[in-house]
Ligand binder design. Sequence first.
Ligand code: ADP
Ligand code: PEP
Ligand code: CA
Ligand code: MN
Length: 678
Amino acid sequence: MAAENFEKMSTGNGNANGDGGFSFPKGPVMPKITTGAAKRGNEICHDDSGPTVNVSTIDELHSLQKKRSAPTTPINQGGAAAFAAVSEEERQKIQMQSISASLASLTRESGPKVVRGDPAEKKADGSTTPAYAHGQHHSIFSPATGAVSDSSLKFTHVLYNLSPAELYEQAIKYEKGSFITSNGALATLSGAKTGRAPRDKRVVRDATTEDELWWGKGSPNIEMDEHTFMVNRERAVDYLNSLEKVFVNDQFLNWDPENRIKVRIVSARAYHSLFMHNMCIRPTPEELESFGTPDFTIYNAGQFPCNRYTHYMTSSTSVDLNLARREMVILGTQYAGEMKKGLFSVMHYLMPKRRILSLHSGCNMGKDGDVALFFGLSGTGKTTLSTDHNRYLIGDDEHCWTETGVSNIEGGCYAKCVDLSREKEPDIWNAIKFGTVLENVVFDEHTRDVDYSDKSVTENTRAAYPIEFIPNAKIPCVGPHPKNVILLACDAFGVLPPVSKLNLAQTMYHFISGYTALVAGTEDGIKEPTATFSACFGAAFIMLHPTKYAAMLAEKMKKQGATGWLVNTGWSGGSYGVGSRIKLAYTRKIIDAIHSGSLLKANYKKTEIFGFEIPTEIEGIPSEILDPINAWSDKKAHKETLVKLGGLFKKNFEVFANHKIGVDGKLTEEILAAGPIF
Ligand SMILES: Nc1ncnc2c1ncn2[C@@H]1O[C@H](COP(=O)(O)OP(=O)(O)O)[C@@H](O)[C@H]1O
Ligand SMILES: C=C(OP(=O)(O)O)C(=O)O
Ligand SMILES: [Ca+2]
Ligand SMILES: [Mn+2]
């Protein structure tokens, strides 16, 4: 009986053949040792009643495994086929020519020889160098050039718009610190830099940008000249060309089809290529065929430092933006966020020129089409709160607001992972799967389970995933005009109310202030929260004077009748160290009440100093936390802290006191009066 059951369970072929008189001994044994030899007499011993593979060598077997990707342009029947085949070759040639031009070191050759494909991939003849004449898999481009240098003799292999699976393989084979975690994500390390380096971000100051951009105190635009840019560009390009292979991504920014920008990212790491694959908008195969030349190019040579003897360089890191050349160069940092936020800066320049407002905000939409924006500095909750199971996600970080509505600039999200839990943030948790880049996380060496509470590498652990990994993403990522504009502040002083309703002047005052206060980091033993003011909740990325963006926001909010709110996602019941961070569940309830419109109808009272309108009740939230003073046991300390914060706001706003916001002089006065009064 036992043997019979065992036979039923086993799907072994060949033995459970009802040939009587033959049974396995009891106990766990290997079922397929003998064959039908006992019955078939002197036949040769074999065990292959199933079909066999139709090859004669192991190489042939391997060649069967990968089928060539189907051409994306349907080749017409009949006479057109030959024409289509030629034009495909021609198209690839144009594409390689364009990549060669991107990689040209401008002082020497016109561009390197480029060849498409992995140099380690064996050709049919076993060679690994490109086949010059009979191009099979690889298209090749050799520029006509008189000058000969070592770099003009070698090929630069281009890994063009690889798929996530291919990029996983590249990362795991060649990039130390790349692993697959148990959820299927690709874990990587970004090296010495685990966050952005705003003090190393430079912008070329030329005749045009001199007048157009915001320079000087408070501005993120640290100047450099054209010549220095070219020195760094050459350094990056030479570094990239010295490698055996580079990754090239051709993608889009902005879901608004009329204002879409074509971007090319040239990088040395599969990690960077997969990151941008996830974060930018992915072209369809057809869109890629007609991509042509990009509107903007990033040269990411982050593994290679800049030269400190180069004028303007103050460290080994430099992130350089040249708007005239439409190029960005990255040296000395591998933190992938530089690319995403660098392109965001470009959009903060290009879009306002078209009278489109670019926003450092998350954005989602309710079932009835009500759109909300979530402004806030890093770590205040844009990604967390815009990812809401009951609403459609338009985007978590970068948007545009046009005459017709909003559009996401990106094609993916970049979530903080520190202390991530399945219970509190199920959608982000589930988005961390095959295809997602997991930066700087710690995992179990055997099970590969990620420990999101482990901050050994950095506190700024991140997951980058395509937006469609969020089940209720709104694709295409566009929506109508916003109804609510939510300003997020993580107030570690614990004096800002959990939610305040703002009038237009207050909304503008707080938008221009861009306040948050974070604890500087538990390790350093810093007890005192530090206030940060970052104009437009994104001073690191804006290119024009903050009042330009503020004026556009005021005009749009007024025209659309949008309501402004200030939500404190930080401390309650005392400053950091005494009080505690407002529960995410409470913040979500507050946000729900904003979306539903119920909060608009609540009863309000006015606070001291800041003059906020705060609700007296919100369903599901203990009423006593709505007015911060109630949650503080030390009332005197509360008042002192409130006055201190008010003072910091005042001091910060001084630099804006002489600026007119838009053409409306009355609004400017109202904004100046909308700050703290004491
Ligand atoms: N009350 C709260 N509201 C929002 N986020 C909170 C709250 N309490 C804790 N958090 C945590 O703060 C972090 C917010 O980060 P994130 O949403 O990525 O910010 P941003 O996208 O603005 O940079 C998340 O790790 C989130 O879990
Ligand atoms: C990636 C960033 O954005 P955020 O923290 O707002 O998600 C950043 O500021 O570097
Ligand atoms: Ca940010
Ligand atoms: Mn975010």
